[in-house]
Design a protein around this ligand. Structure first.
Ligand code: GDP
Length: 316
């Protein structure tokens, strides 16, 4: 197994304000490397020349590329131009600047939505580009597929040590708590907490409640990213997940139990279901020696506690 030492390296976490980037920065605090970050005001990732000069000036040696324009199923399907253009540019600009400035290693983060809508389940890395994408997130998916392909092409043509990981649906501290634009876990934490506080007997779920999703705790993903950075150098990207899934209805019931709300769910069928099922085959990463550690209940309680402290009860 290859080994890449982070000790003493100047490591840029791109997207450090997001759920994934902030988890990676927390995880890297346990490594003896120098963590470098830039706010949106300091560096606009949509500008190639700025990215390149900033990386040269900061003497970046290692990149965790967790920057992206993200959102849940509704944001993805209603803001297609932003999701496609911004994510393409953010991926391409950082990857090309990393080559230009001689970065030693880069890890690019994709998403499980890169797989065909009707991919066999669990989805294997080989299933990429074997069928049509899910229309609600194809904009984001195409940008992420381009990012994977850039890493692969730069490895082939220029010998760059650029790797990619594809996380499944995520949840955790720092998620975007935005009822319209966020992902399902954050949206349900918000809705169910609000129902509990206002003694409301009903919470509305989008779609039918029957789609199946796999949920990975953001801190586990961060650990996987550091593991892959240290131990993997290959053209094939790697799935990161738990390998287990549940229906959206089961997810909603679990969150209700954790929050302590007893009520009934209704369904807004005018909202999309998205992919019928999304669960990762995680055997490649398991064979390298990494698997997710945090069980769903523990991770979800942590996510909820973060929400209480940082969103619901902020300033109290
Ligand atoms: P996806 O995995 O790309 O489809 O992203 P999401 O996390 O946004 O949605 C996952 C599933 O949860 C979809 O089937 C949604 O229709 C369903 N869902 C149910 N209620 C909600 C909600 O309040 N917000 C979101 N984002 N999704 C919801």
């Amino acid at each position: 197994m290859s080994s890449f030492d982070l000790t003493g390296r100047r490591v840029w976490v791109a997207g450090h304000r997001g759920m994934v980037g902030s988890a990676i920065a927390r995880r890297l605090a346990g490594e003896e490397c120098e963590i470098i970050t830039a706010t949106r005001n300091e560096l606009d990732l949509l500008r190639q020349a700025d990215v390149q000069s900033w990386m040269a000036e900061k003497k970046i040696e290692v990149v965790f590329h967790a920057a992206a324009t993200v959102g849940g199923i509704l944001a993805n399907s209603t803001r297609p131009a932003e999701f496609l253009y911004e994510n393409l540019m953010i991926a391409a600009n950082v990857i090309e600047a990393a080559r230009q400035t001689g970065v030693k290693k880069l890890l690019f983060l994709g998403s499980s939505c890169i797989y065909p809508r009707l991919a066999p389940q669990p989805m294997r890395e080989e299933d990429l580009l074997t069928g049509a994408l899910e229309p609600t997130n194809e904009w984001y998916a195409i940008a992420k597929i381009a990012g994977i392909k850039l890493c692969q092409a730069f490895r082939r043509q220029y010998g760059c040590d650029f790797v990619s990981v594809m996380p499944t649906n995520l949840y955790g501290p720092g998620d975007r708590y935005d009822a319209q634009g966020g992902h399902v876990v954050a949206a349900l934490i918000m809705k169910i907490h609000t129902a509990r506080m206002s003694n409301s007997p009903r919470v509305e779920l989008w779609g039918s409640g029957t789609p199946r999703r796999e949920f990975l705790f953001s801190e586990d993903l961060a650990d996987a990213c550091v593991f892959v950075m240290k131990h993997y150098s290959g053209e094939m990207f790697l799935n990161v997940g738990t390998g287990r899934d549940m229906t959206i209805m089961e997810l909603a019931e679990s969150i209700a139990r954790i929050i302590g709300w007893k009520g009934t769910f209704t369904f807004d069928r005018s909202k999309p279901d998205g992919m019928p099922r999304k669960v990762m085959d995680v055997s490649r990463l398991s064979a390298l020696g990494w698997s997710a550690r945090t069980d769903f209940e523990t991770g979800m309680k942590e996510a909820y506690n973060w929400y209480l402290a940082n969103v619901a009860n902020r300033g109290m």
